[in-house]
Design a protein around this ligand. Structure first.
Ligand code: GAP
Length: 543
């Protein structure tokens, strides 16, 4: 079964070195995460696959790596200083700070028309605090999401040294439009791609790495003649959808959703979101917007922008005139894509029936857990209901529901319940022995490509041959590891859990005829291959 909750993915990520809470030795920093040894490989593979698809495999694209810190004027003329904000209000009763537009929409059943309408509703006591129900709310104020810092050794106190950490990589591309055009002698249509960090002081970060304050974007600005923008938009919607599917994402988990007018950013004529079915529901993975000529015009010298030094235009040799190109922007999140691929790849299943008495013991414990949750004070009623229903269903379905129990054991809401320790004591051991967790990651995304094991770690001949094979595979450009820290069955399961597509075992026959077994993660089938053809055979499967 797929991951039933994000907690299952968070738990696997921490346990197996994909993602750790950031600065955890000091208690962490809310909603910031560090990619561990396997996570960095996975995310790098996602970024590499994206770059290969949108830059190397196309003839109409260039790459760029612009600075994070830019002249503040970039953000003035892009509109971010004025408009990149969320309206916030304070509840005087419970001291929370909810997003006023979300509260308005939820309680009045429609989007508000600007701050004035929200504040009129607050003054008329038509909307209430979503946490405590009080109407004692301050007027809503815009809260800018850009992080501020200063350049130079002295913070002079005024705003002359103020710069922002970029909230999108896109502006670095727009302000380099002329540089790329001139140096690469490009003709329309062409695009510029960039991968890099972006920062937003999000009001409500959460859902693991889905919404954070520091994240990476993979953005394309694709420049076309006005009038050719709509066809280019359709082309990119199709291309980007194909990319996710080509890397194994299940089609039923991916959908395109047209943004309605009230959702459109100030610069967009149209935007289609590619959404993934995360455990918390369909949510944005990538936005593909038609930004028209808004940005190139905004950064061009004009009566409205006396600070720009020139005009960001294109001389069209066919029409023999200057024009301002329109822009199609497929804007993806590297962290969101990585999380989506992880969720999509996750599967756990019962592979062996446990003895009846063990199942009965676990059933008793899970039933006790369901009752303890029901009696628990101070737990929100929706969480209580969810945990109770989940524990009751698992208890009734054991041992077939052992994989779901893995999710429940990882659920942070259930962590403080006393009997959970006992459930874990029995459940984790049974899950280890009787279930198999697999990440069916596309081989090009998997953190490791091949794991090589000696059948026995105390036989130097097997160890030497296995280590040598690992080196040969690595030299062939295949990310490989050597492992001898357990029995072969256990080593296979460890590699399944982190998504390694192939395992190689060196046994006694290998010493005689220089063949090894190659085991496939998904089919679990094994075949015998000569060591001389191992690297080329794995490379061929990877292509
Ligand atoms: N240049 C356009 C732009 O930045 P966006 O929809 O705000 O558009 C594009 O962001 C993508 O960046 C999103 O689809 C998402 O994948 C990613 N993203 C945005 N905010 C994020 C956040 N707080 N945490 C993680 N990823 C985020």
């Amino acid at each position: 079964m797929p991951a039933s909750s994000l907690d299952t993915i968070v738990s696997l990520s921490k346990r197996r070195g994909f993602v750790f809470p950031s600065s955890s030795v000091y208690g962490g920093l809310g909603s910031t995460w560090d990619y561990g040894p396997l996570g960095v490989e996975l995310k790098n593979n996602v970024k590499r696959a994206w770059w290969r698809s949108v830059v190397h495999e196309r003839d109409d694209m260039e790459g760029l790596d612009a600075a994070i810190l830019m002249n503040r004027l970039v953000w003035k003329y892009s509109g971010h200083e004025d408009t990149f904000s969320d309206p916030m209000m304070d509840c005087r009763a419970c001291k929370t700070r909810p997003r006023a537009d979300h509260v308005f929409a939820a309680q009045k059943g429609r989007e508000p028309h600007g701050l004035d309408e929200i504040n009129a509703a607050i003054a008329a006591r038509e909307i209430a605090c979503p946490s405590c129900g009080s109407h004692d709310l301050t007027p809503a104020r815009p809260f800018n999401l850009m992080f501020r810092t200063t350049v130079g050794p002295v913070d002079s106190g005024d705003e002359s040294a103020l710069v922002y950490l970029r909230p999108e990589t896109a502006q670095g591309i727009f302000v380099n439009f002329g540089n790329v055009l001139d140096t690469m002698r490009r003709k329309l249509p062409f695009g510029i791609a960039q991968v890099g960090k972006a920062f937003r002081n999000e009001i409500t970060p959460g859902n693991f790495t889905f919404r954070t304050r520091e994240f990476e974007q993979m953005e394309i600005e694709y420049f076309v003649r006005p009038g050719e923008d709509e066809a280019a938009h359709e082309m990119w919607i199709a291309e980007r959808t194909k990319w996710y599917l080509s890397l194994g994402m299940k089609p039923e988990n991916l959908r395109a959703r047209e943004q309605d007018r009230s959702e459109l950013a100030h610069y967009a004529k149209r935007c289609v979101d590619l959404e993934y079915r995360f455990p918390m529901g369909f949510s944005e993975l990538e936005g593909i917007a038609n930004r028209t000529d808004f940005d190139l015009r905004s950064h061009s010298r004009s009566p409205g922008n006396p600070d720009a030094i020139g005009e960001l235009q294109y001389y069209d040799p066919e029409q023999k005139k200057h024009l301002v190109p329109y822009v199609i922007e497929p804007s993806a999140g590297a962290d969101r894509a990585t999380l989506a691929f992880l969720c999509d790849a996750y599967e756990d299943a019962l592979v062996k029936e446990p003895p009846q008495e063990e199942t009965a013991k676990l059933r008793d414990l899970v039933e006790t857990l369901a009752r303890s949750v029901g009696r628990r004070e101070g737990m929100a009623s929706d969480v209580k209901q969810r945990l109770t229903a989940s524990a009751e269903a698992i208890a009734a379905g054991l041992p077939g529901t052992l994989p779901q129990l893995i999710g429940l054991m990882a659920d942070e809401a259930a962590a403080g319940i006393e009997v959970m320790k006992k459930v874990r004591g029995v459940g984790e051991r049974m899950a280890e022995e009787h279930t198999r967790t697999v990440l069916h990651l596309h081989p090009r995304l998997a953190p490791l490509c091949v794991a090589v094991f000696p059948l026995k770690r105390n036989d130097p001949r097997l160890v030497e041959m296995a280590r040598g094979l690992k080196r040969d595979l690595q030299r062939a450009g295949l990310r490989s590891v050597y492992d001898d820290t357990g029995a072969i069955g256990k080593l296979y399961r460890r590699q399944d859990e982190i998504g390694t597509p192939w395992c190689v075992t060196v046994d006694y026959q290998s010493l005689e005829d220089r063949t090894v077994t190659l085991r496939d993660r998904d089919s679990m089938k094994q075949e015998r291959l000569g060591t001389s053809e191992l690297a080329s055979s794995v490379s061929a499967r990877l292509a």
